[in-house]
Design a protein around this ligand. Structure first.
Ligand code: 5GP
Length: 179
C-alpha cells in the first residue's frame, strides 16, 4: 500500500506458541464440556483454525460476520450482522473468538446479542487486546497479546483487504513524505 510501510511486531513462531498455550488453557477450563466457538469473520480465520486445531476437547463451531456503521479507523458502536449465528446456543457454553479488540464496542454488542439467545455462558477470547482506545468495561477472558497502540495487520488482519495472508503480524507505519 503506497504511503505505508510495515514493521514486524509478532513473528509466526511467537504467534503459534501463544495460540497453542491459549488452546490448552481453554481446553483445561472446559474439560468435560463441549463449548461452541463462534468466530467473528473475516479477520479471525487464521487464529480460529490454529486455536481449534490445538484444543484437546471437542468443540462446535459457528461464525458471525459483523459490520459496523461509520467511517474512519474507530468503530461507531452501531453493529449489524451480515451473518448471524446459526447453531442453537441455548443452554450451551459459548466462546466468542475475535482477532482484535480496540474500543470494545463491537464485542460488547456481539456479547449482548448472544446473551439474548439464552446460552449457559459467554466468554471472550481475542488474539490481540489493544487497550489504548477502550470505551467499554468488557471482560476479555482469554487474550494472546497486549498491544498498546498502532494499526495491526497480518495473520488474518487487513488494511483495505490487504495483508491478511501474511503469517506474521505487523504494525502499519505511515511513510515519511519526501521533502
Ligand atoms: P472495536 O469495536 O473493539 O473498536 O473494533 C474491533 C474491530 O475493529 C476489529 O474486529 C477489527 O476489525 C477492527 N480493528 C481494530 N483495531 C484494528 C487494528 O489494529 N488492525 C486491524 N486490521 N483491524 C482493527
Amino acid at each position: 500500500m503506497e504511503g505505508y510501510g510495515k514493521e514486524i511486531l509478532l513473528s509466526r513462531d511467537k504467534i503459534q506458541k501463544r495460540v497453542r498455550e491459549l488452546a490448552l488453557d481453554i481446553s483445561r477450563d472446559y474439560q468435560g464440556k463441549e463449548p461452541i466457538l463462534i468466530g467473528i469473520l473475516n479477520g479471525v480465520i487464521f487464529f480460529f483454525t490454529d486455536l481449534i486445531r490445538n484444543m484437546t476437547i471437542p468443540v462446535k463451531l459457528d461464525f458471525i460476520r459483523a459490520a459496523s456503521y461509520g467511517s474512519g479507523t474507530a468503530s461507531s458502536g452501531v453493529i449489524r450482522f451480515s451473518k448471524d449465528v446459526e447453531i442453537d446456543i441455548q443452554g450451551q457454553d459459548v466462546i466468542v473468538v475475535e482477532d482484535i479488540v480496540d474500543t470494545g464496542l463491537t464485542l460488547s454488542k456481539i456479547k449482548e446479542s448472544l446473551e439474548k439467545k439464552g446460552p449457559a455462558s459467554v466468554k471472550i477470547c481475542v488474539l490481540i487486546d489493544k487497550r489504548e482506545r477502550r470505551e467499554t468495561e468488557i471482560t476479555i477472558d482469554y487474550y494472546g497479546f497486549h498491544v498498546e497502540e498502532g494499526f495491526i495487520v497480518g495473520y488474518g488482519l487487513d488494511f483495505n483487504e490487504q495483508y491478511r495472508h501474511l503469517p506474521d503480524i505487523f504494525v502499519l507505519k505511515e511513510k515519511e513524505s519526501p521533502t
